[in-house]
Design a protein around this ligand. Structure first.
Ligand code: FAD
Length: 416
């Protein structure tokens, strides 16, 4: 029997897989997406950043997101609000320094991801659900890569082959596991406990167009997200180092014991009802030794994942797809591509920008900047750009020299 062959196979139909599939299908490539789950399926990662609207547009996906936003209950988002022990501050993303969209959405991922992959299918990508990639044999002489795939419906196994393989398997981390590419993250093991609630969020201080990030009143390394959706529901989560949750038994206790410590958050939540059970994820930060190799590249979370605090995950995932696909197309035409300098280095530049501010959040230096009451307008605009996801905008000094700029501005805020 002849093994079915594709130009490109993509493992995973999350945002990075869907964006890559859309682009490849629009370039008339024979592309197959293998996804082990049936959609719609739940995923965490519900607050988008304005920067990702540009990547959705590049992938031919922005129009379908905007056209369906209302019907699918996507919540308009134009900024981030922060609260710490009596201090309120907010960042209006439309007041950022970088060029590009200043608004986006907060989305239920089961709906968002399904919309994107359906559009990729409309462009001509073949998408097969219930298909789990189990083994990969890489081409080592320019020949095809072959994959062993299990059909989870009938437990049968199939061999497929492709000229190029994109791993968009997120926390499945298929190639990092199979090719021994795993590399420890430089972040400590943190965990997140979260659920969905039904609540009208009528508190006068609450702005439903913004994600609300609240810092725990006695431990600033613990923080909460409140992400409203347009259908009267919201996502609520707590994040912190694993060691802060040792007395909490199970996901519900881990979430509510901490939420009950925070009176402002409780006041904003008002009368609520849990409509999606509490869930716990531990040790999600991950890294890899390399983002590419002969005939393959890693996209999105299959590569590196930092931390949820600035909602950068989907933006990085989409960015990786729009960066990788033009290189894949060149390679399919027989060109030699310098994946290190054309993909890995520039992609990691933005990831490293986020890394600086994530580290600064947990050591509190960036928190002190965020909550500083007398922020200079131009500095605030540049920080706003980072928070809006413009982490690759080298015209922004807070991107170009993120560590130095954060250090200087922190000193200014802490001195005064
Ligand atoms: P995914 O969306 O994870 O998709 C991967 C797909 O691959 C899945 O559908 C999976 O079923 C499939 N797959 C896995 N293994 C296999 C296999 N062997 N064979 C076939 N298919 C397979 N990001 C944000 O932008 N905003 C947020 O507010 C945010 N909050 C977060 C909160 C927490 C607690 C965490 C942990 C993450 C958060 N993120 C957030 C990150 C976000 O969830 C991810 O960055 C994003 O989903 C990555 O997209 P992806 O396309 O790389 O992978």
């Amino acid at each position: 029997q002849v093994q079915p062959h594709y130009d490109v196979i993509i493992i995973g139909a999350g945002p990075s897989g869907a964006a890559a599939a859309s682009l490849l299908a629009q370039a008339n490539k024979n592309v197959l997406v293998l996804e082990r789950q049936h959609f719609p399926r739940f995923s965490i990662g519900e607050s988008l950043l304005p920067q990702c609207m540009m990547y959705l547009e590049e992938a031919g996906l922005r129009e379908v997101v905007e056209a369906n936003a209302q019907e699918l209950g996507f919540q308009f988002k134009d900024g981030a609000a922060f609260y710490r022990d009596g201090e309120h501050t907010l960042f209006d993303f439309t007041a950022k320094s970088s060029n590009g969209p200043g608004t986006t959405y907060q989305v239920k991922r089961e709906k968002f991801d399904q919309l994107l992959i359906e559009q990729a299918r409309n462009y001509g990508a073949e998408v097969r659900h219930g298909m789990q990639v189990e083994q990969v044999t890489l081409a080592n002489d320019g020949g095809p890569t072959s994959l062993s795939v299990r059909n989870l419906e009938d437990d049968s196994e199939q061999q497929l082959s492709c000229d190029f393989l994109l791993d968009a398997s997120g926390f499945g981390r298929v190639l990092p596991r199979l090719l021994d590419l795993e590399y420890p993250s430089d972040f400590p093991v943190r965990q997140a406990a979260f659920c969905h609630v039904k609540t009208d969020l009528a508190h006068p201080k609450f702005d439903r167009n913004k994600i609300l990030i609240t810092v725990h009143p006695t431990n600033p390394e613990i923080w909460f997200w409140l992400i409203p959706f347009a259908d009267g529901t919201a996502s609520l989560g707590v994040v912190g180092s694993e060691r802060f949750f040792t007395d909490d038994n199970g996901a519900a206790a881990a979430l509510w014991n901490k939420v009950n410590d925070e009176p402002y958050l409780l006041a904003v939540l008002g009368d609520y009802q849990v409509i999606r059970d509490e869930q716990l994820i531990t040790g999600y930060s991950a890294n890899v030794k390399q983002l590419h190799g002969d005939g393959f590249a890693l996209l999105g979370n299959a590569g590196e994942f930092l931390d949820p605090v600035f909602s950068s995950g989907v933006t990085i995932a989409l960015k990786s797809a729009v960066m990788a696909v033009p290189l894949v197309l060149r390679e399919l035409q027989g060109e030699t591509v310098d994946w290190q300098n054309e993909y890995s280095v520039p992609l990691r530049k933005g990831i490293d920008t986020f890394r600086t501010y994530v580290k600064g959040w947990y050591d509190c230096s960036f928190q002190d900047v965020i909550f500083y009451p007398h922020q200079q307008e131009t500095i605030k605009q540049m920080i706003c750009s980072i928070l809006a996801g413009y982490a690759w905008d080298l015209t922004n000094p807070f991107v170009r020299e993120s560590e130095r700029r954060l250090r200087v501005v922190t000193e200014l805020c802490q001195e005064s």
